[in-house]
Design a protein around this ligand. Structure first.
Ligand code: CO
Length: 291
């Protein structure tokens, strides 16, 4: 791997873990979700990076893609199991990391996802199939009596792309892509006491450009130009835009210009834990950029 690229990946990782670790300290009952999201996003910038996507704060049965809206008044509650999933980048080189903060008594559920992540990291090296990584995750989570979420996956990271191939499943698949030296991957096990599958619920605050194409409405054109300039192909939050009427965003999604990331929630209402790190795959092992 190019030395300059490696430096940027490592720097993004260092910035991210600093911002996340500080944000974790702020999560307690009564604190606004928006305060934590804005803190972590601003902190990434103060440290010299940029957010790679809006700070995800998914609580209890929500597993992914929740970010507060502008002026959001929601607060953390006693008993919440909180997943903080954050990304930082330098010139498009992304670090992606998630932790679970338990404001209740779900210690085992939290440990299941964390153990699964480190079991997976242990098997990562060039030449290993992602199905082996998935098996390590599945075995660890099941050893606690929980289930992995089967339709959420880890993923590759490419410049300005948060979800590149290969998909890294959270269970043993029949076969899978072979990891190669120099690949950048994010491994993110999700554990649940539910059935192990997520579905979309209505709320959506996160979008990204899917296919820029000419649109007629002036405001829509301005939004697209603005987003392309600032975030390129990275996801952005509705609250990051100065003006973004719901009706225009929905229209751009229908037209295939924008992709929507609706909140994903465990289908049976199970509680969800998550843990994630970003790795550079090497011969004989991996470097964790976010640790
Ligand atoms: Co990720």
């Amino acid at each position: 791997m190019d030395e300059e690229v490696r430096e940027k990946l490592l720097k993004a990782g260092e910035i991210l873990r600093t911002a996340v670790n500080e944000a974790v300290e702020k999560i307690s009952p009564g604190v606004k979700l928006l305060e934590v999201a804005e803190f972590v996003e601003n902190r990434i910038e103060e440290l010299g990076g940029k957010p790679a996507f809006p700070c995800n704060i998914s609580i209890n049965s929500d597993a992914a893609h929740f970010t507060p809206k502008r002026d959001d008044e929601r607060v953390f509650d006693d008993g919440d199991i909180v997943k903080l999933d954050v990304g930082a980048h330098i010139d498009g080189y992304i670090a992606d990391m998630a932790v679970t903060v338990d404001l209740g008594s779900n210690n085992d559920l939290v440990k299941a996802a964390k153990d699964a992540l480190f079991a997976a990291i242990d098997v990562v090296k060039a030449g290993v199939s992602v199905s082996e990584v998935g098996k390590a995750i599945e075995d660890a989570i099941k050893s606690y009596g929980f289930k992995p979420i089967v339709n959420l996956t880890g993923h590759g990271l490419l410049p300005y792309l948060t979800h590149a191939p290969p998909s890294i499943y959270n269970y043993a698949t029949e076969r899978g892509v072979t990891l190669e030296e120099g690949m950048v991957i994010a491994i993110e096990p999700f554990a649940t006491d539910g059935v192990g599958r997520v579905v979309e619920r209505g709320e959506c605050e996160i979008y990204s450009i899917l296919q820029p194409r000419p649109v007629r409405m002036k405001l829509a054109r301005e939004i697209i130009r603005d987003v392309q300039e600032k975030y390129k192909t990275l996801p952005f939050a509705k609250r990051w835009l100065s003006k973004a009427p719901e009706i225009i965003l929905s229209k751009l999604v229908r037209e295939g210009v924008l992709r929507a990331y609706p909140v994903l929630t465990e289908v049976s209402g199970g509680l969800v834990s998550q843990w994630e790190h970003t790795l550079i795959v090497e011969d004989g092992g991996a470097t964790i950029t976010t640790i």
